[in-house]
Design a protein around this ligand. Structure first.
Ligand SMILES: C[S@@+](CC[C@H](N)C(=O)[O-])C[C@H]1O[C@@H](n2cnc3c(N)ncnc32)[C@H](O)[C@@H]1O
Length: 255
């Protein structure tokens, strides 16, 4: 079982430059680890030999994936977040995680490497077409990919209601920049890089893309709803809809 002194763990966020990152760190680490463990068990991501956590952020899913599986690679593009994860994984004495600062758009792994790939809250922040092709390439045959996404409803809610606004994050501005990016991406124009290349991608487009790339057995539901193992106490982090429009969703598919 993973055990830690909460006060010590929270100290790792003190070096972060942005207030929004400090608050995000506190949010994810104030959630009981059982919530993440139950979610991973519900999608069958346990007892695997080799797992990729793609875009690990502050590492809470990685810590749980490392507990449930044999070996894990965690990659994260942001240097500050990667440094925090390094301190965290060392503090928790997790020996089965390789941590790398890298992008999920171009993976430095051979074909057919991983049994499962987990990618929570990341795919819409990057060039998702490249990332999904890379996931397919590095998954073993019959390997599984899980990722979560956000539909238009989430961004409309961000335009109307504050979501975790801090002195360096404004959810309205994020949603506007995301709308601009979405239009650019659809027209093969460059991203507005000021906001993580974030684009709105409805699940129907993601499913079509997964299928075109070659993924099979594509399951899609509201975020936190896929439950293959009849786990109890499985919790969503995002509503399925806002204003009757798709919001948080998740996709589980197979190579
Ligand atoms: C919303 S956070 C989610 C983090 C983590 N998966 C979680 O659930 O808490 C998105 C993360 O994706 C990272 N990210 C964005 N684009 C990326 C890319 N191209 N490659 C790897 N990580 C990326 C961000 O730096 C950030 O840490």
């Amino acid at each position: 079982m993973i055990s830690f002194e909460k006060k010590k763990l929270m100290e790792f966020s003190s070096s972060l430059s942005f207030q929004r990152d400090k608050e995000f760190f506190h949010r994810v680490w104030n959630t009981k680890l059982d919530v993440y463990i139950n979610r991973l068990k519900a999608i069958g991501f346990f007892d695997k030999d080799y797992v990729l956590d793609a875009g690990c952020g502050f590492g809470q899913w990685s810590v749980c994936l490392s507990e449930l599986n044999k070996k894990l690679v965690s990659i994260e593009i942001d240097s500050e977040r990667t440094n925090v994860c390094k301190k965290l994984f060392d503090y928790l004495n997790l020996k089965n995680i390789d941590l790398m600062q890298s992008s999920i758009e171009k993976l430095k792994f051979k074909n057919n490497t991983f049994d499962v790939i987990f990618c929570y809250g990341v795919i819409f922040l990057c060039d998702y077409k490249s990332a999904l092709k890379e996931f397919y390439r590095v998954l073993k045959p019959n390997g599984k990919l899980y990722f979560s996404g956000a539909g238009l409803g989430w961004y409309i809610d961000n335009l109307i209601n504050d979501h975790h606004n801090t002195k360096d994050f404004n959810s309205f501005d994020m949603a506007v920049s995301c709308l601009k990016n979405t239009i650019n991406f659809m027209n093969d124009l460059p991203f507005d890089n000021s906001n993580n290349k974030q684009t709105i991608v409805p699940s129907i487009i993601m499913k079509k893309l997964c299928s075109e790339i070659g993924f099979q057995n594509i399951m899609c539901d509201g975020e936190g709803f896929i439950n293959l193992t009849n786990m109890k106490n499985v919790r969503s982090f995002f509503p399925k809809e806002h204003f009757g429009i798709e919001s948080g969703y998740e996709i589980l598919c197979e190579k």
